[in-house]
Design a protein around this ligand. Structure first.
Ligand code: APR
Length: 230
């Protein structure tokens, strides 16, 4: 089976009703990213940060995976698919994808501020100041904030380097190191880029640009993959 590495961003969850970050109605229009999604913001005002993620976690329970998430799961019948997502939602899991790398953490998980390796799954519950782990240390979202390392980067880079096909879906390719992952790919392999807006594909060779929303663009990509690359 050919290996496909799929890099997804907020755009793949847009049609499920989850705001992206940098579109006109995006999260970074409503919040100062450094106040709610950076390690400095956490030290300055941890309650503001916890409330920001509590709101997003609460919304996550009310939305569903869309056709794009589901088709990526179905592609596992024909290809060895690894989803490398910048998203912290659980929609790829809920659509059935079985091989997922979360570069920026997971909204439904928390950890103590003193131990990044012990992670607790809290589902859609809120966490507040004073909520601690067993040894009484404050809990924080299991999210990679700006200013923090991306622990899953090497694992993701390996998957891109081994891939026979790359798909890039719903990301502005604005944030590194995630955006730079495409540079680990083998020369000349086919790359699909699905985005209704124009993003800078780093002049990628052998690029199939599908300038559509994820739900229709991923279906088109699936048809091409099955026709040409099985
Ligand atoms: N289908 C596909 N793509 C879409 C759709 C859609 N329906 N709607 C919007 N998009 C595209 C936009 O054109 C944009 O290029 O999704 C992209 C969303 O870009 P961002 O909001 O920048 O989201 P993302 O690329 O995932 O951001 C990366 O930035 O703030 C950090 O940690 C955060 O993981 C996030 C990272």
């Amino acid at each position: 089976m050919k290996k496909i590495a799929v890099l997804t961003g907020a755009g793949i969850s847009a049609e499920s009703g989850i705001s992206t970050f940098r579109d006109s109605d995006g999260l970074w229009e409503q919040h100062n990213v450094m106040d709610v999604a950076s390690i400095e913001g956490w030290y300055k005002n941890p309650k503001l940060v916890l409330d920001f993620y509590n709101e997003r976690r609460k919304q996550l329970e009310t939305v569903e995976p869309n056709a794009a998430h589901k088709i990526l799961h179905e592609l596992e019948n024909h290809f060895n698919v690894c989803v490398i997502t910048q998203n912290v939602d659980n929609l790829h899991e809920r659509a059935g994808s079985t091989n997922i790398i979360h570069l920026h953490g997971e909204l439904t998980k928390v950890r103590s501020i003193a131990d990044e390796d012990t992670v607790y799954d809290i589902g859609y519950k809120a966490i507040n100041i004073g909520d601690t782990d067993k040894s009484g240390v404050q809990l924080r979202p299991h999210i990679v904030w700006f200013g923090e390392a991306v622990p899953m980067l090497n694992a993701a880079a390996d998957k891109v380097a081994q891939a026979d096909i790359i798909a890039i879906i719903g990301t502005s390719l604005n944030v590194y190191p995630a955006a730079g992952l495409v540079n680990y790919k083998k020369n000349g392999i086919p790359v699909f880029l699905i985005n209704p807006n124009d993003v800078n594909p780093f002049h990628i060779q052998n690029l199939t640009l599908i300038q559509e929303k994820a739900t229709t663009g991923v279906e088109k990509m699936r048809n091409i993959l099955i026709e040409k690359y099985l």
